[in-house]
Write a protein that binds this ligand. Structure first.
Ligand SMILES: *Cc1c(COP(=O)(O)O)cnc(C)c1O
Length: 398
């Protein structure tokens, strides 16, 4: 196998998205090959022994590594500016591993309360079962992060922008509090995408993605990835993943690898569309609140400018008239489809109070700003004018 000449940091992100990590077989294929194989055969018993000893860097078994998966990981490493990465079958496999693998009974985790539902389950329900304490804080309040630190605090965990209310948390400031307290910061960067935010450069220690979202971006397969220093992967992640097996399928890794080639153009186009839709919704009489990280009226607009390179493909808005009005709007949409997914080529709308966040107590939803009229809109690749016409027609029904 020969390496792509572009596997070097001298290239700009757009170029890395297309070329980084490519391994060419003896056939010189243009498009990356799909190695749909469980295992590998060896030329000799000596070669096999050397590989198991780690003296020969080749592949052993696809639960450990695979050429197609290696290409996906390397492309993500070079895009994110990480030293190492391990991919996983889903975003949640990546989040669970990144949080759980380095911890033991008696450790303490601090996390922002505004989390994707399954992430909240991991920190709030799962960790305490193994004697790992969790403190949930209002991620916007730096004092709460500071006050939550204890001698046994090992991990800080956050998402930014948050789901679904699109608050933007101060990653450099929170990283500093974590590091002073002897903890690491793990950032779920799904909503920002690697195009608009690089948490490692902002001081985070570990970045996780659900590659299911923008990285695939075309609704086909699930996937996840953990990116960090070589030392973190070697010490905490490598052996845990090899032995417990949350491995991604080479087929899914191939889909995601090809998804990366168009990630930049898709995220830029979807962000431009989201900004245009937000502009129309901002002054719409049927809407009481609009949140869009790319706008000057976003509550953390200054921070968005400082730590992100662009806005978001997502918009949050509140329809006047609560759940009934929100449902009437969702049911009247013809183009944007009702879904709990996001980051797709097709525009998707979600009612968080009855789907992604229905597990929460009503008072906890209220504290997060998830009202009964709140809708999350994920801009796709359709023409912005078609989406605006669809939304404004549906809002007439509110
Ligand atoms: C979807 C999502 C996840 C989980 O990813 P899966 O691929 O569905 O397992 C985790 N975090 C965030 C912010 C997400 O949006």
């Amino acid at each position: 196998m020969s390496k792509s000449p572009a596997s070097a940091a001298q290239y700009r992100p757009e170029t890395r998205l297309v070329h980084s990590g490519t391994l060419r077989s003896q056939y010189g294929e243009t498009s990356e090959a799909l190695f749909l194989t469980q295992g590998y055969v060896y030329a000799s018993a000596e070669e096999c022994e050397a590989r198991f000893k780690g003296e020969d860097p080749g592949f052993i078994y696809s639960r450990y590594s695979n050429p197609t998966i290696a290409m996906f990981e390397q492309r993500m490493i070079e895009l994110e500016g990480a030293e190492a990465a391990r991919s996983a079958a889903t975003g949640m496999a990546a989040v669970t591993t990144a949080i759980l693998a380095p911890l033991k009974t008696g450790d303490h985790v601090v996390a922002s309360r505004a989390l994707f539902g399954s992430c909240l389950y991991v920190v709030q329900d799962l960790l305490p079962r193994y004697g790992i304490e969790t403190t949930l804080v209002d991620g916007l309040d730096l004092d709460q992060w500071q006050r939550a630190v204890k001698p046994n605090t090992k991990t800080f965990f956050l998402e930014s922008p948050t789901n679904p209310t699109l608050d933007v948390l101060d990653i450099p400031a929170i990283a500093e509090i974590a590091h002073k307290g002897g903890a690491r910061l793990v950032v779920d960067n799904v909503f920002a995408t690697p195009i608009w935010q690089s948490p490692l450069a902002l001081g985070a220690d570990v970045v996780v993605y659900s590659a299911t979202k923008h990285i695939d971006g075309q609704g086909r397969c699930l996937g996840g990835i953990i990116l960090s220093s070589e030392a973190f992967i070697a010490e905490h992640i490598h052996n845990f993943m090899r032995q417990t097996g949350p491995s991604i399928s080479p087929f899914n890794a191939w889909v995601l690898l090809k998804g990366l080639e168009t990630l930049g153009v898709r995220v830029r186009a979807q962000t431009d569309t989201a900004a245009r839709v937000a502009e129309v919704l901002a002054s719409h009489p049927k809407i009481s609140r609009l949140i869009y990280p790319g706008r000057a009226d976003h509550p953390q607009a200054a921070l968005v400018k400082k730590q992100m390179r662009g806005g978001s493909t997502l918009i949050g808005f509140e329809v006047k008239g609560g759940k009934q009005a929100a449902f009437r709007v969702l049911n009247a949409l013809r183009l944007a489809r009702i879904s709990n997914n996001l980051g797709d080529a097709k525009s998707l709308v979600t009612h968080p109070a009855t789907t992604t966040h229905q597990r929460l107590k009503p008072e906890d939803r209220a504290a997060l700003g998830i009202s009964e009229g709140f809708i999350r809109f994920s801009a796709g690749l359709e023409h912005a004018d078609d989406l605006i016409e669809d939304l404004t027609a549906a809002l007439e029904k509110a």
